[in-house]
Design a protein around this ligand. Sequence first.
Ligand SMILES: Cc1cc2nc3c(=O)[nH]c(=O)nc-3n(C[C@H](O)[C@H](O)[C@H](O)COP(=O)(O)OP(=O)(O)OC[C@H]3O[C@@H](n4cnc5c(N)ncnc54)[C@H](O)[C@@H]3O)c2cc1C
Length: 69
Amino acid sequence: MIDKSRFLQEIAAQAAEYGVEIHVREEFIDMKIADRDVVAKTSREEYEAGVVIGADGYNSRECSKNNSI
Ligand SMILES: Cc1cc2nc3c(=O)[nH]c(=O)nc-3n(C[C@H](O)[C@H](O)[C@H](O)COP(=O)(O)OP(=O)(O)OC[C@H]3O[C@@H](n4cnc5c(N)ncnc54)[C@H](O)[C@@H]3O)c2cc1C
């Protein structure tokens, strides 16, 4: 059996080692395409990114709302 909490902490630590910036307690609100980037709006800020990966779970509202997979 996998301890999901520990598993997530471990992959987050590995991602951080590769320079990933991690934000917690920040709700994704919406995103839009701007030029060649995506602008993702959260409860705190707006971020520009080349790629956005929706990982909001089995009952994802965000991916279906944005016609993503
Ligand atoms: C009823 C049910 C039973 C299941 N039983 C099993 C099982 O026995 N074994 C198994 O292996 N899998 C099971 N699964 C599947 C399991 O839940 C998923 O495989 C796994 O949890 C998916 O992980 P995830 O990280 O993709 O999504 P989740 O674990 O769902 O995480 C999604 C995260 O996104 C966050 N989020 C959502 N919306 C936003 C937003 N707008 N902004 C910011 N954050 C947001 C949520 O708070 C959550 O923390 C089950 C699923 C369901 C629905």
